[in-house]
Design a protein around this ligand. Sequence first.
Ligand SMILES: C[S@@+](CC[C@H](N)C(=O)[O-])C[C@H]1O[C@@H](n2cnc3c(N)ncnc32)[C@H](O)[C@@H]1O
Length: 228
Amino acid sequence: MKDVEDLLSNRLLMVARLVKPCESIYDIGTDHCYLPIYMIQKGIIKRAVATDVKKGPVQIALRNINIFGLDTYIDVFVSDGISHVGQDSNIIISGMGADVIIEILTEGIHYAKNANQIIIQCQSKTERLRSFLWDNGFYIEEEALCKEKDKVYNAFRVSYCGVKQIYTEIETIASKKLVKMHHPLLTDYISCHIRKLEDIISGYKASNVVFSKEEELKRALEEINENN
Ligand SMILES: C[S@@+](CC[C@H](N)C(=O)[O-])C[C@H]1O[C@@H](n2cnc3c(N)ncnc32)[C@H](O)[C@@H]1O
């Protein structure tokens, strides 16, 4: 059997490593289906259900599953979000922005709350996603960062605990977990946020708007970087 590992990006390898080994996984927005194929090849899971909201990606997924000889182990179909998952499911939502992920979780909140584990890899506005998860009683069990072509990506493993988390705005960017880990990529990750804040601050300066909140956030992030 061909090995899909050569085709997997660091980002997808990071997602796969966060998965607690289990019988079956739902890969939402599967596109090429490399994650389920890889996880079956490595014995992390035995079976998978791979879905995508668009027909094109589902056809690509079917072709790849066939190339890797896994037709009997992976079901693929068109589906929007997570409303097709069962009780105690294991779910991956990877490669989408926070707004889409929040929409998927909100529309399927019953299924999200009943999942064993949800592995989320968010491509943008991760702060917003963390706030959503913490406000809605989800617990971030484990976090990871990885670098690919100068960009730092993050991912978490989440489950529902029913208790709203108390957090600060700074923790939505640099969570206590990442800070405590002294993650080697945290400095790069934070520096990217600092640059975004600097852009906002210079825009505010140009139009004489008060920007104290952004200044404060920037200082707090710089302090975390100094201690990392
Ligand atoms: C950029 S690809 C990510 C592919 C793969 N999961 C990864 O991490 O590389 C995002 C995929 O999510 C799909 N998608 C977007 N919204 C979706 C939804 N509500 N339900 C299912 N799939 C969705 C898109 O069609 C697209 O194929």
